[in-house]
Design a protein around this ligand. Structure first.
Ligand SMILES: Cc1cc2nc3c(=O)[nH]c(=O)nc-3n(C[C@H](O)[C@H](O)[C@H](O)COP(=O)(O)O)c2cc1C
Length: 331
């Protein structure tokens, strides 16, 4: 007797859930990136935010910050530069304003944390720990370590590991640490972060850039430098995810220039288990939710009952033996 072909799942039956560690299980792998979705409240009237995988909040620091002088953003070919300067009301202000609201939501809110010293990060994490409505922490370590001559934590494996370990000791919250695309040895930094007890890694933050105001013959942004984001960043971000996926065993969340289903698929195939959408949200706040549906439909059309079958499929076969070279790229 011929056996009937297994029935293809309907899009609604495709399993999109993803485990980012320490009990942080998301309904789907589409998150919104820090700094591009405020504290979640702002988009509530345009988007059914409860259907997102998670919301990464705006960067939060120990004390309130006014941010950088204007102009703070400018367009570039295939991207944008921003130098917001972490304007925020400080961790106590954030909790006072938003924690109760977040606690009533289905969608997990991951609070993005920035600091200028290990102690700063630890104190913010300590204050977030156990607060209703805070589902996890994402550490933005692309910040100058003031006590160490201003070198960014994210550019030094020792500093990245140290701040991760210190925050790990301060909280039981799920902890995701965000890589900088500017690091020369991104594998060493990722390994240090994983060894220090992070539950997940997000990759990447913006890439430092500069724009010139030719009329005034000086840098355009008030803070001189800005972070490059958008489509221009995507190949760099993919390369980082691809490299890091071969050296760590914790989940990786891909970020950088995601604006379509093809972009999402590329990151998943390079080893990301989930993605964050950033700059593209400004032009189209509904995009992340559309991508959830498109991912489910794409999988269903191929008879896949879970999107997880896609993860890491573009990686070299011998996952246990990563290249000894520091970077695959050779000019
Ligand atoms: C206006 C703006 C503000 C941002 N603020 C933060 C922040 O506070 N903390 C952080 O970790 N990343 C911040 N980012 C970086 C994004 O979360 C993301 O990593 C980056 O923009 C790359 O993704 P994209 O190309 O999809 O925008 C910001 C990006 C933009 C454009």
């Amino acid at each position: 007797m011929p056996t009937a072909a297994p029935e293809a799942p309907a899009a609604g039956e495709v399993d999109l859930s993803v485990d980012l560690g320490r009990g942080l299980v998301l309904r789907n792998p589409l998150l919104v990136a820090s700094g591009t979705f405020g504290y979640g409240i702002e988009y509530g009237e345009v988007v059914d935010i409860q259907l997102l995988g998670a919301i990464c909040s705006k960067g939060t620091t120990l004390r309130p910050r006014r941010g950088n002088p204007p102009p703070r953003v400018t367009e570039t070919p295939a991207g944008m530069l921003n130098s917001i300067g972490l304007q925020n009301p400080g961790v106590d202000g954030v909790l006072e304003k938003y924690a109760d609201i977040w606690a009533g939501w289905d969608v997990p809110v991951i609070v993005n944390v920035a600091g200028e010293s290990v102690d700063d990060y630890v104190e913010v994490a300590r204050r977030l720990d156990g607060q209703p409505g805070v589902a996890g922490i994402e550490l933005n370590i692309s910040c100058p370590n003031v006590g160490a001559g201003g070198l960014q934590f994210a550019l030094d494996a020792g500093a990245a590991g140290e701040v991760t370990a210190a925050v790990r000791r301060a909280t039981d919250l799920p902890l995701m640490v965000k890589l900088s695309p500017a690091a020369t040895d991104v594998r060493g930094i990722a390994k240090a972060i994983a060894d220090a007890g992070a539950d997940a890694i997000s990759a990447v933050n913006t890439l430092p850039g500069l724009a010139i105001d030719r009329m005034r013959r000086r840098p355009l942004l008030g803070n001189t430098f800005g972070g490059l984001s958008g489509p221009a960043l995507k190949p760099v971000a993919l390369r980082v995810v691809y490299e890091v996926a071969q050296v760590v065993n914790i989940p990786i969340v891909g970020i950088g220039g995601i604006g379509s289903l093809d972009d999402v698929l590329d990151f998943l195939m390079c080893g990301a288990v989930a993605v964050q959408v950033g700059t593209a949200v400004f032009a189209d706040p509904v995009l992340p939710l559309r991508l959830v549906d498109e991912l489910a439909e794409w999988c269903a059309a191929r008879g896949m009952s879970s999107y997880r079958e896609l993860i890491g499929t573009a990686l070299p076969q011998r996952r246990d033996k990563p290249s000894v070279k520091q970077s695959e790229y050779r000019p």
